[in-house]
Design a protein around this ligand. Structure first.
Ligand code: ATP
Length: 898
């Protein structure tokens, strides 16, 4: 839906009005307002439009600003209409047709169409033109003048069309201009007082623009074989005119009547449309005139429309200009619904729809991928990273466990070794006890054998063996006794054997010909062989073995210490690893918690999303309702107030006009009465003069009344126009033909006439005499200073007592009464006019106040609306953001779940 574009063009002052070039219309931006001669704006007389072009603006500029859009749209398949509206001689034809030097909108549009066609190489065009006029409600073809009184029809395929109208295919602007020239020659124009070359008909120049995609035709595809057909109407209306101004009569008057009638219908149609009648299913009187019927699609249908309202700035045209501006204001509120007109085959339609579906799918996909795929990828990556890390940690944990187990194993082994070694130490101390027993013998032997270290070694061994000899000696002695008594007990060997390292033992007893039962005892696997050797071994080998055993023991002690150290280190390491493991465990727990939290967040977000959706929908419903309600309210408030105001103003204007009419009627009546009175006075004077003249000659001279010079008729109006009116003709009462009997003042002196009338007068004298006497008795009237007839107060005040006319007594009385009444009536009317004027002023002031208030409230409302819209926009943006966020999270969670 789009509004009709309305612009106003003010033409320069016409040369005939050059003397009165006071500018009553002031243009500020796109507002034109009526001003007093002093330049102060008249309230309520400001009109704002899309554009207001002053007299200095040329047609080319108007075309660029206001009309070009419609022409371009027509080339793209939209129907378009441009028309000029305004009073006669305001410049409609000047604007639409222009001249050869200064092209009008029609010429500029024609050039635009053809230059555009040349530029659009991808489409092929077919242009058809027609030119018609509506003259006295008859449609005539201007290209084929023989086609007259054409009829308007309507059908589904063509819509509204003029049957039998010739359409010429054109391929260049020159061809079009030739046709226009030809049509112009057949157009009805005529001279009026206001315009020497006045359009007496409405003309519609029509271009039908068909176009088709060239490439589609070449490629042989049927998808784009749709043909765009648009109709461009360029209308030059005849101007509204006032007979009083145009001085039209006869044919011109008839033309003017038809022009005004059709323009009035156009005004009504625009008024109805601006009131929204069409939307409410109301009747729009398109059919009331041929013009509105033909322009029906342009006014309330499928077309883009631009109106140029032309006005004359002269003071004498203020009323007409105001009318034009009111029309323009109404037109500004009218909306049309233009759409591209295409003729499509079924196959093309199918293809097009398929393509549209494809496009939509692509868009949908694109949208989905754009919005969520990146997010999903990111989440997937995160998830993978997380999983990899988890696996790594698990592997590390497993390795750590393995290492831990190994360490524990080693520790156990070490402990066993230690135990083993400890037992070895015990054994060696036992050997020391034995040595003690044979101490001297041993020492001697060492000395004897010349082994200098023998004693030292033993001593040192003693020193290095801190074990409690006593305790161990007892235990070992027991064992020894048993062993020596051949009561060898191998009970404990099984366990010992299990824990003893065979290699260690081998190392320990390496090369020893152990004859000592302890050695045999301590190495059960070699016991059998050792027994034999022991039996045959010497004491030196025992000492050597002992020595080596001690050395080895020393070594083992060192090893043990190292093992203890290692062990403690390992324990510390184990402790560290345990802590690390515990940390890892807690981290794992945390991650699990996080995961469950994400899951729960997903549900929460889903819930939140649902709630959001609900809120959003309810919110949009509320806002829609609000906007509809507000719109209706605002629209109705405006329309109502505007209408009420207009109605009030109209009724007030009507009242004033009525009162003025009545007043002027009264004045006319008064003037008539004045003339009558004057003529009566003259007649009266003439009669008196006659009577005076004829009095002496009459046989009934005694009965005659003399209007002597001493007592002249005193109907005085001192050469001033007496303000007297009278309705009743004098001759009705007196039974005389005034024209015959009462000559005008100027004729009294004419002797011939005087002589001719004398016998008649003489015949009337007796009757007049009687009348005069009775009038003398009953009535005396005079014409007062203020020009009104009055009953005479004092005798001889105004009218001579001699001059009394009885036959006219009633008549004069009636006249006086009527005059008095008329005076009262006029005064009353004047009062009413005054009151009405005051009322108008008061109402105007109130209306202005209301208008001000309305405007203020409208501004406030607009501000509120804008603020509201901004808030709404930000809310919608937030919702959209959250929407995206939630959707992406959902997708991520779904991906994660998968
Ligand atoms: N903007 C303008 N600048 C100069 N001259 C103008 C302008 N507008 C109108 N005129 C002149 O005023 C005269 C009347 O104009 P035009 O014939 O266009 O009026 P009109 O509105 O078409 O009248 P009608 O309704 O009687 O046909 C013409 O001589 C025209 O040249």
């Amino acid at each position: 839906m789009e509004k009709i574009g309305v612009a106003v063009r003010v033409r320069p002052f016409s040369s005939s009005d050059a003397t009165t070039k006071a500018n009553y219309w002031k243009i500020v931006d796109n507002t034109i307002s009526l001003c007093s001669p002093l330049g102060t704006p008249v309230s309520g007389q400001a009109f704002t439009f899309d554009y207001v072009f002053g007299p200095e603006v040329g047609t080319q500029a108007i075309y660029e600003w206001h009309t070009r859009g419609v022409i371009s749209s027509a080339l793209h398949g939209f129907n378009g209409t441009v028309f000029a509206y305004g009073q006669t001689s305001s410049g409609k034809t000047y604007t639409m047709r222009g001249s050869k030097m200064d092209l009008g909108l029609i010429g500029l549009a024609v050039h635009e169409v053809f230059s555009h066609i040349q530029q659009m190489t991808d489409r092929e065009f077919l242009i058809r033109v027609s030119y018609m006029e509506i003259y006295n409600e008859d449609i005539n073809d201007l290209i084929a003048p023989e086609n007259r009184k054409l009829q308007v029809h309507e059908n589904l395929e063509k819509g509204i069309f003029v049957a039998g109208l010739r359409e010429e295919i054109v391929s260049s602007p020159r061809q079009v201009f030739e046709l226009l020239e030809f049509g112009e020659a057949h157009r009805h124009v005529g001279q009026t007082n206001m315009n020497v070359y006045s359009s007496r008909s409405h003309t519609i120049f029509r271009m039908v623009i068909e176009s088709k995609d060239k490439n589609a035709v070449l490629a042989g595809t049927c998808s784009s074989d749709a043909v765009r057909v648009s109709v461009l109407n360029l209308v030059d209306l005849a101007g509204s005119e006032r007979v009083a101004k145009t001085g039209a009569g006869g044919v011109r008057l008839r033309e003017g009547t038809h022009i005004n009638k059709s323009l009035m219908t156009l005004g009504n149609v625009i008024k109805k449309l601006s009131d929204g009648a069409a939307k409410q299913g109301g009747h729009v009187p398109y059919r009331d005139s041929k013009l509105t019927r033909i322009l029906q699609p342009a006014l309330g249908g499928n077309a883009k429309t631009a109106i140029i309202c032309t006005i004359a700035p002269d003071e004498i045209h203020i009323d007409e200009t105001r009318g034009t501006l009111l029309f323009a204001s109404r037109a500004k509120r009218v909306t049309t619904c233009a759409q591209v007109n295409e003729i499509i085959t079924d196959a093309a339609l199918l293809k097009r729809q398929q393509r549209e579906i494809e496009d939509l799918r692509k868009k949908l996909k694109g949208f989905q991928s754009e919005v969520s795929e990146q997010e999903i990828l990111r989440l997937r990556n995160d998830l993978l990273k997380y999983e990899l890390e988890k696996e790594k940690l698990e592997l590390e944990l497993q390795e750590e466990r393995k290492a831990q187990m190994e360490r524990e194993q080693r520790i156990r082994e070490q402990e066993l070794k230690i135990e083993n070694l400890s037992s070895l130490v015990i054994s060696s101390t036992f050997d020391d006890a034995l040595n003690k027993e044979n101490g001297k013998h041993l020492e001697n032997r060492m000395v004897q054998s010349g082994h200098p270290n023998g004693l030292i070694t033993v001593r040192r061994e003693r020193q290095l063996s801190p074990l409690n000899f006593e305790l161990l000696a007892n235990r070992s002695a027991e064992k020894y006794i048993k062993r020596s008594g051949r009561e060898l007990d191998f009970e404990g060997l099984s366990t010992f054997e299990n824990v003893a390292n065979e290699d260690l033992w081998a190392t320990m007893n390496d090369g020893q010909a152990a004859t000592e039962p302890d050695f045999l005892f301590s190495t059960p696997s070699r016991w059998t062989s050792s027994v034999g050797s022991t039996k045959g071994g010497g004491s030196s080998s025992v000492v050597g073995a002992l020595m080596s055993s001690k050395v080895k023991m020393e070594r083992y002690k060192c090893q043990l210490e190292e093992a203890w150290k290692e062990n403690s280190e390992l324990r510390a390491q184990l402790q560290d690893h345990c802590t690390f493991q515990a940390e890892l465990q807690s981290e794992l727990v945390k991650l699990k918690e996080e995961f469950s939290l994400i899951k729960s967040t997903k549900y929460v977000l889903e819930e939140f999303w649902d709630a959001m959706k609900e809120t959003k929908s309810s919110f949009s419903v509320t806002i829609r309702d609000f906007l509809i309600r507000e719109k209706d309210y605002l629209g109705s408030a405006f329309t109502k107030s505007g209408d009420e105001r207009n109605m009030k103003l109209e009724s007030l204007t009507n009242t004033v006009v009525k009162l003025e009419a009545e007043l002027s009627a009264c004045r006319a009546e008064k003037a008539e009465l004045q003339t009558q009175c004057r003529s009566y006075a003259e007649q009266f004077q003439c009669l008196t003069a006659n009577i005076t003249k004829d009095g002496g000659e009459s046989p009934e001279g005694a009965n005659c009344i003399k209007a002597t010079s001493q007592s002249p008729t005193k109907l005085h109006y001192d050469n001033q126009e007496p303000d007297i009116s009278c309705e009743a003709p004098l001759d009705r009462d007196c039974g005389m033909n005034c024209e015959e009997n009462c000559l005008p003042h100027g004729h009294v002196s004419n002797d011939e006439e005087h002589l001719h009338s004398r016998p008649r007068m003489a015949a009337q004298v007796p009757r007049l005499g009687v009348d005069t006497q009775s009038v003398q008795k009953d009535l005396s009237i005079c014409v007062s200073d203020d020009g009104w007839l009055k009953r005479k107060g004092n005798k001889g005040d105004c009218i001579s007592e001699d001059v009394t006319i009885s036959g006219r007594q009633n008549n004069l009385e009636n006249m006086t009464q009527m005059l008095l009444m008329s005076k009262g009536h006029i005064k009353e009317l004047e009062k009413q006019v005054l009151l009405a004027n005051l009322e108008t002023e008061r109402t105007k002031a109130i209306l202005l106040q209301q208008l001000d208030m309305h405007e203020k409230s409208v501004v406030a409302m607009k501000l509120q609306k804008r603020q509201f819209a901004e808030e709404l926009k930000s809310i919608m943006e937030t919702i959209a953001l959250q929407d995206n966020f939630v959707t992406s999270i959902c997708h991520g969670i779904q991906g994660f779940d998968k």
